[in-house]
Design a protein around this ligand. Sequence first.
Ligand code: MUC
Ligand code: MG
Length: 367
Amino acid sequence: MKITQIEAIPFAIPYRKPLKFASGEVHVASHVLVRVHTDDGIVGMAEAPPRPFTYGETQRGIVAVIEDVFAPVLVGLTLLEREVAGERMGRTIGNPAAKSAVDMAIWDALGRTLGLPVSDLLGGYTDRMKVSHMLGFDEPATMVAEAERMLDTYGISTFKVKVGRRPVGLDTAVVRALRERFGDTVDLYVDGNRGWSPAESARAMAEMADLDLMFAEELCPADDVLGRRWLVEQLDIPFIADESVPTAADVTRELLAKAATAISIKTARTGFTASQRVHHLAEGLGVEIVMGNQIDGQIGTACSLAFGTAYARTSRYAGELSNFLDMQDDLLAEPLQIRDGYLHRGPGPGIGIELDPDALSRYRIDR
Ligand code: MUC
Ligand code: MG
């Protein structure tokens, strides 16, 4: 069970259409495949999606920190020493996606070594999650048409609508068009990626008061400290903290400050080990959890699914598990399939997926 090598392989797969939101846009999945090898010949894997506009990480930076800083202090540890691995990576500030991918690849290797699914090792609550799809910025008619396609093709009936544009009416018109088209057959919530001020957020939420939203996520920056508390106080639905809570300590701070009332867990940001801490904290405080998506590919989505299916609280609401649908291709031998609005766990050990070596050769950019 000893770690002998950690690889960080950059790859690039274009999107069929870019995802646009208030803090940025993504045209190509320029991610890093992380592979942890052991002396038993086991290889665990995970995927790190860099989000420079959110956490400051870049693809080259992720490769560098894993190769130069993390691998040298992790090689030689066993797969059971995950707290030691976390402590050693924790000596470096930031780099959440790099740390998370290493952590999850270690868990994947552990599951493969034991012949058990990671989801069962974590909590083993269920075998499937309902899927929520993210609708990026566009015209109302185009976003409604995309929701129709997702419903018709995959049975997806929960939509997270990206908001945060100016004037706020651009976005409230989209949410209204979706509600008018689908009535109460769909669940809707909004994510502002910090695009609005507290006052703009309050105005937009008032305009959408009759649209039966489930949640509002990160509408304004957490650094608008009192403004955000003022906003959250007046909402009658949970306000989800996402990019403002990259650690369990941040979760505590935002909740105690009354600047959020629910939490997005992204395994791309907190791996499995730190996501457990966030989950247990949220459970102890009685706070709702939504499984988010850092615009992951299929490997990252399988990781979110493994964590989301592990607990009651993470599988209560639809998880954001569909961003990979917009990628032109992916790295898995057996692609993930969303059916009737659900994604099911794969039967295999670890995170339950296998790599397609030809696809990796095609898309890796380091050779
Ligand atoms: C989200 O929930 O914010 C956009 C940027 C990112 O890091 O994740 C996405 C979705
Ligand atoms: Mg978000």
